[in-house]
Design a protein around this ligand. Structure first.
Ligand code: MSP
Length: 706
């Protein structure tokens, strides 16, 4: 049996999943479902990248072990992925790979040993020990060259990473190097296959990068600087560089270096893989990774496809750093899973950047799904129920009724619609095979438009009134129902739930996951099939209402995220508030009327309260009520927080003061400034005068309040 192995990048386990992690996983899931339909034995990997200095530092700050920290993050990933039908239970990924798995440690050590024992194509040792001196970004897990950082204007201060805008670490230590510079010719040979790196534009970038000359790669850190890592085999004072460790996950997951996994999954069976990666990590996948594999004598990946980035409506890449990501929880609660999956494949041309906006998602849901696919399905099935006693009618028209059919414009020859559908099917297969998902879906929607037109031209509701037009009516409904069957098979990989729903309503029982779109033949829907209960699939979304609710929710969370709103206290009196706020602000406003609703301890534990110290405080032009504060809460960089206290506090009086900060609230932009948290204050008296919470005893910055 032919095999197909697809992977997403493994996501840094330093933060919760967002659209950037959902997107590649949805695409990989669709691709794997498609290949499974096409008769391949498939394997689909996603997972988390859990080692490195970044995670080590976050865990230290949180006072937990790195493993405890990543366990929590992984639980969130799995929960959210399951909401979008991406987990094993929903027919999604086969493995949620974690680099903390013991079998991964084994495989990484094995690969290191193999590479260390090998010679480069130019006859040198592939790994050698030397000294590294340079700048390192913990968030990118990358060493940075001069053109990849921004110098600090203050002499002696570290430069900043251009991606994360955070100061870089100076690294000056003994390190193992991979002799990447000796692999240029071997790599250029690989790129001769135009399918190896895609799309074409990215392939050209990679080729010119390699032609420009490769530098050897530092692949270890001293353990005293990075301890949360896999140790270098035979030299435990050194830790393996996180990218060397992470890339190898693609082979350890399927059995490289571990007999048990090889038996259960099969490295021999599934390798090489198709890697879907963001364009920001193409270099690691198209240059470092094949070079490591070449050194170890292992076949390179089958294909590395670089997709584009989701941008916010202002055209900036969505990222946790910028705080402009999409909340997956909101996405899940307001939109059908299949609508989100469809949107991801339809809206973004795979390989190019795309803008994400809730409004566009609502528009696509309403036009393509509710009015398009959903409406075709419900009206066809409703008419079959009404005019044909719920049984699929015949599509044939007898000689003596041909003229009647022609009179109302019905194309009597079924070969026309069949020919159209077959052509569209072939185009769909071609596009999907070439990862042109958006175009493939556009083609499918051309079939929907065609059948919609057949229905609206023929007007079955009028035909039903004329006995002479009974066959015409049946022919129209058969064409529509047979098209629906085709649509279910074609779209199953993208919308597994909705298509299975339509299929069942058509009275069909097979599992769509097993049906190959290439086998679709016109006329497969048997006359007389008893249709099932007709149910609406994609309810129309009221755009204004949905947008208002989403906005309200996002703002609701970021009102508390920043607490700069001086009206918050009076709002608390009039608006129903979630329990958390009732128990705090409302009490303070009223002078303590008593708690009206209780929360669980787990709810309270979700709020990360930290001791902070005000470093700077200033007024904001044209914003009488707001102060812009920078606050040290024990992190690498101070937090910038906006607070609605300017009418009650002179900025100078606040400097040096210890306060309480809600550290895990979603950042929010106000007056052009991002507020990265909220400070706590009692709200006193009728006009809700803020009185900042503080400490009577000495406390260190960053200490957690419990
Ligand atoms: N851990 C590494 C990958 C190691 S693979 C052996 C990593 N992790 S990441 O979490 O930072 O990024 C994972 C993927 O998410 C990348 O492919 C990245 O391009 C993708 N995305 C992050 N933000 C994105 C968007 N705004 N839009 C689309 N994808 C984006 O890099």
């Amino acid at each position: 049996m032919k095999t197909f192995y697809v992977t997403t990048p493994i996501y840094y386990a330093n933060d919760l999943p967002h659209l950037g992690s959902l997107y590649p996983t949805i695409v990989a899931d669709c691709l794997r479902r498609y290949k499974r339909q096409r008769g391949y034995e498939t394997y689909f990997l996603t997972g988390t990248d859990e080692h490195g200095i970044n995670i080590q530092r976050i865990a230290e700050r949180k006072g937990v072990t790195p493993r405890q920290y990543t366990d929590d993050i992984v639980a969130e990933f799995k929960k959210l992925f399951s909401l979008f039908s991406l987990d094993t239970e929903h027919g999604g990924y086969d493995i949620f790979m974690r680099t903390t798995e013991p079998f991964h440690y084994q495989g990484v050590a094995e690969l290191w040993r193999r590479v260390a024992a090998s010679k480069t194509p130019k006859g040198n040792d592939a790994i050698y020990k030397s000294h590294y001196e340079g700048w390192f970004c913990p968030s990118c897990a990358e060493y940075k060259t001069e053109d990849e950082y921004q110098r600090n204007e203050k002499p002696g201060e570290a430069p900043s990473c251009l991606v994360h805008l955070k100061p870089l670490d100076r690294v000056s230590e003994e390190s193992y190097f991979f002799r990447l510079s000796d692999y240029d010719e071997a790599l250029l040979k690989l790129y001769e296959d135009p399918e190896f790196v895609q799309p074409e534009g990215r392939r050209n970038e990679v080729i010119s990068f390699v032609r420009g000359g490769l530098q050897d790669l530092s692949i270890s850190r001293e353990k005293r600087s990075v301890s949360w890592a896999i140790p270098v085999p035979g030299d435990p004072g050194h830790s393996i560089y996180v990218w060397f460790d992470a890339l190898i996950n693609y082979i350890t997951a399927i059995g490289f270096g571990n007999e048990e996994r090889e038996r259960v999954v099969g490295f021999e069976k599934f390798w090489p893989a198709v890697h879907l990666v963001g364009k920001d990590i193409l270099r690691q996948h198209a240059i470092y990774w094949p070079a490591f594999l070449l050194a170890a004598g292992i076949e390179p990946p089958r294909r590395v496809f670089a997709h584009g980035m989701w941008l916010d409506p202002n055209g900036r890449k969505m990222s946790k750093t910028l705080g402009n990501t999409i909340d997956l929880d909101i996405l899940h609660r307001y939109f059908a899973t299949d609508a989100v999956r469809y949107f991801c494949l339809r809206e973004m041309v795979f390989g190019q950047d795309g803008r994400f906006g809730y409004e566009t998602l609502i528009d696509r849901t309403n036009s393509d799904l509710a009015s398009g696919l959903g409406n075709l399905s419900s009206r066809t099935l409703t008419m079959i129920a009404r005019y044909c006693d719920g049984r699929v009618p015949s599509g044939k028209i007898s000689e003596d009724k041909l003229l009647f059919a022609k009179r109302v414009g019905v194309d009597t020859d079924e070969t026309t619609i069949a020919g159209f559908a077959e052509h569209a099917r072939d185009q769909f297969l071609h596009d999907f095979d070439n990862f042109a998902f958006s175009r493939a879906l556009e083609v499918v929607w051309s079939i929907i438009a065609r059948v919609d037109k057949i229905i609206s031209d023929a007007k079955p509701w009028d035909l039903a009134k004329d006995e002479n037009q009974r066959q015409t009516l049946h022919a129209v409904l058969y064409r529509a129902a047979e098209t629906l069957r085709w649509l279910c098979v074609l779209l199953n990989s993208v919308m597994p739930e909705a298509t299975q729903g339509i299929y069942t309503q058509l009275g069909l029982v097979d599992s769509l996951a097993q049906l190959d779109p290439a086998d679709l033949k016109w006329g497969g829907l048997a006359e007389g099939t008893q249709i099932g209960e007709v149910k609406p699939l994609f309810p129309r979304l009221d755009k204004a209402k949905t947008m208002a609710e989403i906005r309200n929710e996002s703002e609701g969370s970021s009102t508390s995220a920043t607490a700069p709103d001086p009206n918050a206290a009076s709002e608390a009196k009039t608006k129903p508030l979630p329990p958390m706020r009732r128990a705090t602000e409302a009490d303070a406003v009223s002078g303590g009327e008593g708690v009206t609703s209780f929360i669980e301890i787990g709810d309270f534990a979700k709020v990360d309260l930290r001791v902070g110290q005000v470093l700077t405080a200033e007024r904001i032009p044209k914003a009488d009520k707001l102060l812009l504060l920078s606050i040290d809460i024990g992190e690498e960089k101070p937090r910038q927080i906006l607070a609605g206290i300017a009418e009650h506090y002179e900025p100078e009086r606040l400097i040096g003061r210890k306060i309480v900060v809600v550290a895990n609230l979603k950042p929010r932009k106000l007056r052009g400034y991002e507020s990265q948290g909220m400070l706590l204050a009692a709200s006193v008296g009728e006009e809700g005068k803020p009185v900042i919470a503080t400490f009577a005893e000495e406390v260190p910055n960053g200490a957690r309040l419990k």
